[in-house]
Design a protein. Sequence first.
Length: 383
Amino acid sequence: MNIQTLAVHAGHQAEPAAEEPIHPVAPAIVLSSTFQRNADGSYPGGYLYSQINNPNRAALESTIARLEGGSEGIAFASGSAAMMAVLQSLRPGDHVLAPLAMYYGSRTMLGAIFQQWGLHTTFAPMDDLEQVRAAITPATRLVITETPSNPTLRITDLRQVASIAHAAGALVLCDNTWGTPILQRPIELGVDLVLHSTTKYLGGHSDLTGGCIVAAPKLNEGSRLTESIRQCQVVGGAVPSPFDCWLLLRSIPTLPLRVRAQSAGAAAVAGFLQDHPAVEAVHYPGLPSHPGHQIAASQMELFGGMLSFQVAGHRAEAMAVAAHTKLFTRATSLGGVESLIEHRASVEPPNSGTPESLLRLSIGLEHPDDLIADLEQALACLP
Ligand SMILES: *Cc1c(COP(=O)(O)O)cnc(C)c1O
């Protein structure tokens, strides 16, 4: 089935109210925190307590798993909670190889929280396969990738990294938040675990926080990791609310149309910025000049709705451009229908390495011509 059709219909597979005499076309929200037992003590439908499982969450998990070609989805209250559960499923003494170019929250988690638990992390540039090979040790249990990466849009060759990791007996996780299952399906490229901050493109309307882990079918045969992540979800309880699951299921049918339009918009904006005299660099994998362009083209359908660029100058110049935009909203996050602009260095820790002159754009669903006109007038504030 075409992924565009799957996105519309997958959420209805596990329709919670299927036995009701009325058949709503949009699924019902099951807000109940607890479920009544039958006289014999059994639970109709298998639901016991909403923290353990809920019909809206079950429908969401199977939908995202199907979009990614995985065997199981495990939903969380945020993308960060999903990453926490994966790392909590590792053991003291295990080694994690993580990308240098990575969402700073995940990097902080590895450094500030899991280091003291005895999890050792090495950060390596994932676009340098020699360094990836050299950084793997006999204790390496997990290789984390994020492609395109936040906020500099570095590209990781998922097939190559998966084969290097597997040869060393390690598993590979891909943070596919920016790629989305519409543009990039890491499991098909050999990855074992896919992570999403569903707060971003899957939610798509900047009105919820959520996360999800999808396990590859091969992982479920003989790996305790999926079971352990599921246990972290159920016992740890960082679960999404039924309403947030319902909102996500409401958003997913338009995901293919949204990300394809956002990708087209980002490509147009990147082309405009590349030719602008006040712009020093544009980071967008759709540009042939991008160092990861060929690899991105081989593993993505389109290049996504995110880009970043560096203005000629430093922090003050970047801040001034952001201050002069009228259509772009100055806010963090991404993947919503409205375009956002953000000066990343000022929200990341001082050692993050993100250039002070860098602005990150999340392209929404406005007409690209209007977005370009807005950036043009904002860039005109520079001398
Ligand atoms: C936002 C983001 C996260 C964290 O997700 P939250 O839902 O904000 O906790 C992780 N990875 C990437 C690439 C992100 O953009």
